[in-house]
Design a protein around this ligand. Structure first.
Ligand SMILES: *[C@@H]1O[C@H](CO)[C@@H](O)[C@H](O)[C@H]1NC(C)=O
Length: 145
């Protein structure tokens, strides 16, 4: 009797978790600190893949980029590769640090550029690797500001 109740309760928890994960969260999300990012100062990135795992898109690896969206891009602002990370720890939260080089010429040439942080998430469907990505706006200030 007791174990049946426990099973029912855990099934309910699983259901509730799935319900709180919108389909759009299947490739994870990323936040960073401090905000805004200061070039030349260490930034802590936190990838959240709890919903990706919950929805069956458990990452095999993840890639992070700093990008200038096409609408604001001079054509000479390629994505900056921040990191490739392995599978996130159980719980789905992956934290790491990165410091942008303030001397990188597109930063100095286009000090007012608009940026997004992109996390590209790769998961396995059988023997096939499939990727998807999410992006969020990022504010950057020059080291000298
Ligand atoms: C990008 O946006 C910034 C800030 O609005 C602006 O100063 C800059 O000229 C834009 N660059 C391009 C290529 O659109």
């Amino acid at each position: 009797m007791f174990s049946k109740a426990l099973l029912a309760a855990s099934a309910l928890v699983g259901y509730t978790l799935a319900q709180s994960c919108p389909e759009a969260s299947r490739f994870g999300g990323v936040t960073y600190s401090p905000n805004p990012i200061v070039l030349g100062q260490e930034v802590t990135f936190t990838g959240n893949f709890a919903c990706a795992i919950e929805l069956g898109y458990a990452p095999v690896f993840t890639d992070y980029f700093l990008e200038v969206p096409e609408s604001n891009n001079t054509g000479f602002q390629p994505p900056v590769y921040i990191a490739r990370r392995g599978p996130p720890p159980s719980g789905g939260i992956d934290t790491f640090t990165y410091t942008f080089d303030p001397e990188y010429s597109p930063f100095t040439t286009n000090p007012d550029a608009q940026y997004v942080i992109v996390v590209q998430t790769t998961h396995a469907e059988g023997s096939t690797l499939v990727t998807g990505s999410t992006s969020s706006g990022a504010s950057i200030v020059q080291a000298s500001d």
